[in-house]
Write a protein that binds this ligand. Structure first.
Ligand code: ADP
Ligand code: MG
Ligand code: MG
Length: 875
């Protein structure tokens, strides 16, 4: 099989085979951009490496050697040659970009002999030794897996010996000593001398990249981003160019638009006289790209044109890595740029306005889950802030938390529920778990494209980076700014939109929505077929839902209206009633209250349907717990003060015991309550229609949908349907009014899904309650599952996802298909929706579109996301 491809043999659409980096290097080569020549070893080779138990597949290196001769021709250099040696970089690159997750080796091919040729060809011994020093260090770290800090210590010791602070101040003699010390250390730690043979170096490096696919950081990143573990990585072997050959050289990273705001300006950073990773590693703080225009105007011009060309070519904002070698520009990487939600919306909007892409393409450019970020909290602008420092605004949103300097500690404290802010000089991929656990990240070094910044933006976490005024002392676990000392555990806040670091907690407020955002979402409404409703129990929620673009309520839970101090006593009285009269008495107090609730919600949603579910939870949820009552009665018995109260509490305890269920989730709840206590449902139905009559008379067009929960059989539906119709008819004739209403059922038990055709006879609509349907299909109770065994199932890949978050299309989805088909066969045009939490999860929304539902319903805050997801499903 062919494992190796020259850059000119590949294309952008070969990502799966060549990895994202390789495919784009190929594409750029073929559109004529200045890419240093090279080749890509395919992901197939990596898969084969693992398939045969972690061994290099036979013949791979022969292929590499063969293609190397082409690269030699293209560059005029020869690998391992003594007069004009070709040096290469070995770069990992998987199908999905995994920033900083796997390591790159630069300057490979150097040894004691070639380093001398490099020195004489460039007339710069110091440069050659520096390149060699870096190579040995990267090779030692990535390939030989020796601890980084051992190299850093040796380097540091040499700086001390020479009496300098910075790497670039080291003389060639000092670098020579560092190289010797590195080599000695490698030999003593590994038992083998540093490999001088370039081909051995190359073979080992390629194998190390294959290996790195399964290092801990890579696995965590893939788990976090739901990237499959079996894709493998490609390896790019590319001829080196040098950004560290003097002041007419440099290296940088730039986005074609501002990744934080979306503004259409080149946005990036560069360093002169620096090699590769110096920018991304955040070790020196780079300068804004705009300054390149002043320093190297011709190069800047050329780069701007290339950036524009790449954006037009890929029809997406690009993130470009470049290097300048002695006044010549090279492009080393391009990929779709990661961006904040705000930038994402603005870029999509502006690209469509600029005519670069269609509206549909613009909608596909925005990741629905990202819209959540736009609902991030901001610091209240009226607040008085004690700003102690300012860094770079790397990822928007504000966060407060206890200062923590260590990622393990951040994780530990995060697990106890503490809000922490991770403060580091810089972060590396080893800090991922700390970043996950923290509310926000603050670093003292590194630019907008440093590791911390990139990762935080991806996760939608607030981040301030490159905050140089703060001096961190890891040993003392504190940082200082001027006179001020902030210790571990002290609370600070950061504002990732302004870069401010603030002492103490700050008041936060909800964000304002931009006009681009509203327009892009209105485009979504043009293309989506699914109606997006919201789950809302109060008029306030209903109003919010309308603001966010909901066109109906998919679920109003009436039980929330049974809570509250002035209501609960009547609810309890209703439950405890020994006779029908007593129960009706209690219900007569609840009726006007419920009527008022329905009035408010129906009015807030005027013109749109409101689906009201009759009482669902088991009655004991409205009573005190057995434990509580036992303590109270015991106390009352001991003090003997209030025998009347004691008798009441004892009576209550008896009732609570009687209502006790072994498995309330499968117990006396849902419409089973309506069967056994018909007067409860009758009161609710009456309240709905009284409110409807009131509003109709006031001239409002309201559309109540009465929904029966937890049905299992058509006979239940028949009873409720007849009752609802009778009460509605009576309400209409008593008030001499006419209104629209409909009657339907939740589908949340497998039996209901299987017998949906029968249920449809008495149902004008179905709504999938996928929370319960998931519980009952799997036989998992959610709380037990998520707390006890589900994480294990997901970790071991027995289940791909937590089915309570991402709809289980295979199992639960199959029941849904059966119900849709059955329901529509019995009643063509049957209205069908979903109101479980899955209604606000993008892949589940797409599934609902696919199986022909009419609406999804989710929490008001997720409505924008669902609108976009629904549009994407339809495009
Ligand atoms: P990552 O995936 O972490 O971004 P890369 O493979 O892009 O890793 O390498 C990191 C950096 O190394 C690049 O940004 C670039 O500056 C430098 N680099 C990689 N290959 C070369 C090369 N052939 N010549 C010069 N610099 C290189
Ligand atoms: Mg890169
Ligand atoms: Mg339910």
């Amino acid at each position: 099989p062919k494992y190796v491809y020259l850059f000119k043999e590949g294309r952008a659409d070969m990502r799966a085979l060549l990895g994202g980096k390789g495919a784009n290097l190929a594409e750029m080569t073929n559109i004529g951009l200045p890419v240093p020549p090279g080749m890509t070893i395919s992901t197939e080779a990596c898969k084969e490496y693992y398939h045969i138990g972690g061994k290099m597949p036979a013949g791979i290196m022969d292929e590499v050697k063969q293609y190397l001769t082409t690269v030699e021709e293209q560059t005029g250099k020869k690998f391992g040659d003594l007069s004009n040696p070709l040096l290469v970089s070995v770069r990992s690159g998987a199908m999905f970009s995994m920033p900083g997750m796997m390591d790159t080796i630069l300057n490979l091919g150097l040894n004691e002999q070639t380093v001398q040729s490099l020195a004489s060809n460039t007339d710069n011994l110091r440069f050659a030794y520096d390149a060699f020093r870096r190579f040995i260090q990267m090779f030692g770290d990535v390939v030989l897996e020796l601890p980084k800090h051992e190299f850093e210590n040796l380097l540091h010791r040499q700086k001390e010996e020479q009496g300098v602070t910075y790497d670039q101040e080291l003389t060639s003699e000092s670098l020579r000593k560092v190289i010797n010390n590195y080599k000695e250390m490698i030999e003593s730690e590994t038992g083998h001398p540093f490999p001088e043979d370039p081909m051995v170096q190359l073979t080992m490096a390629i194998e190390a990249v294959f290996r790195s696919w399964n290092n801990d950081r890579a696995i965590i990143y893939r788990n976090l981003n739901k990237i499959p573990h079996d894709l493998g990585t490609a390896v790019n072997v590319q001829s080196m160019v040098f950004g560290n050959m003097g002041n007419d050289s440099g290296t940088g990273v730039a986005f074609t638009r501002n990744p934080s705001t979306g503004e259409n300006v080149l946005y990036g950073e560069f360093l002169t006289n620096a090699q590769g990773e110096d920018v991304v590693a955040g070790i020196r703080t780079p300068r804004p790209i705009a300054q390149l225009k002043e320093e190297m105007p011709v190069i800047y011009d050329q780069f701007e044109k290339i950036a524009d060309l790449l954006e037009r070519h890929y029809k997406n904002m690009q993130d470009i890595e470049f290097t300048i070698e002695r006044g010549r520009l090279y492009i080393l990487q391009t990929r779709n740029g990661k961006r904040t939600a705000q930038a994402s919306v603005r870029v999509a909007y502006e690209m469509a306005k600029e005519g670069l892409i269609t509206k549909q393409a613009a909608l596909l450019l925005v990741e629905p889950n990202q819209l959540d970020q736009l609902l991030h909290r901001q610091i209240d602008s009226g607040a008085k802030l004690n700003v102690i420092a300012k860094g770079l605004p790397a990822s928007p949103g504000a966060a407060s938390g206890k200062v923590v300097f260590d990622s393990d500690e951040a994780e530990r404290m995060g697990k106890t529920g503490a809000k922490v802010l991770l403060v580091r000089m810089e972060t590396t991929p080893d800090d991922i778990h700390g970043i996950v656990a923290a509310q926000g990240i603050l670093t003292s070094r590194g630019g907008m494209t440093s590791h911390a910044a990139v990762v935080a933006r991806g996760m939608g976490k607030p981040c301030v980076c490159g905050c140089e005024p703060i001096r961190i002392d890891y040993a003392k676990e504190e940082f200082t700014v001027g006179q001020l000392t902030v210790k571990k555990g002290d609370i600070i806040s950061i504002d990732g939109s302004s870069g401010q670091v603030i002492l103490g907690e700050v008041p936060m407020k909800e964000p304002e929505i931009s006009s681009e955002y509203s327009i892009v979402l209105s485009w979504a409404d043009e293309y989506k077929r699914l109606e997006v409703r919201a789950n809302a129990d109060t008029p306030e929620d209903a109003k919010k839902a309308r603001e966010f673009g909901a066109t109906g309520i998919g679920l109003t839970r009436t039980e929330h209206m049974f809570m509250g101090q002035e209501r609960l006593p009547f609810v309890q009285q209703m439950i405890l009633a020994e006779t029908l009269e007593e129960r009706l008495e209690a219900l007569s107090h609840l009726l006007p209250m419920q009527q008022g609730d329905f009035y408010g919600i129906l009015k807030a949603m005027e013109g749109y349907p409101v689906c009201i579910r009759l009482l669902d939870p088991p009655l004991h949820e409205f009573l005190p717990s057995q434990e509580e009552l036992l303590i109270e009665t015991t106390e009352l018995k001991i003090t003997g003060k209030d025998p009347k109260l004691l008798a009441e509490k004892q009576q209550l305890l008896k009732k609570v015991r009687a209502l006790h269920e072994f498995n309330p989730m499968l117990g006396h709840r849902g419409c089973r309550l309506g069967i056994t206590f018909p007067e409860i449902y009758e009161m609710q139905i009456q309240a709905i229609f009284n409110a409807t009559v009131e509003l109709t008379k006031e001239g409002y067009n309201v559309l109540p949908e009465v929904e029966i929960p937890l049905t299992i059989d058509v006979n239940e539906m028949k009873i409720f349907k007849e009752k609802i119709v009778a009460i509605a008819e009576a309400a209409m004739s008593a008030a001499n009014a006419k209104f629209h209403y409909s009657v339907g059922t939740m589908i949340e038990l497998p039996r209901a899904a299987l017998l949906a055709d029968e249920l449809a006879e008495y149902s004008e609509f179905f709504s999938f309650g996928t929370n319960d349907l998931t519980q009952t299909t799997f036989g998992f109770s959610r709380d037990d599952a998520e707390g006890k065994f589900l994480p294990n199932y997901v970790e071991r890949k027995i289940l791909k996802e937590n089915p309570f978050i991402v709809l289980d299309q295979k199992g639960v989805g199959k029941l849904m298909r059966i119900a849709v088909e059955g329901g529509r066969k019995a009643r063509p045009g049957l209205l069908i929706g979903i109101c479980g939490e899955h209604g606000g999860e993008p892949s589940s929304v797409a599934f609902c579109h696919q199986i022909g539902l009419d609406f999804v319903s989710c929490s008001p805050y997720r409505v924008p996301l669902a609108r976009l997801a629904a549009a994407q499903a339809a495009i």
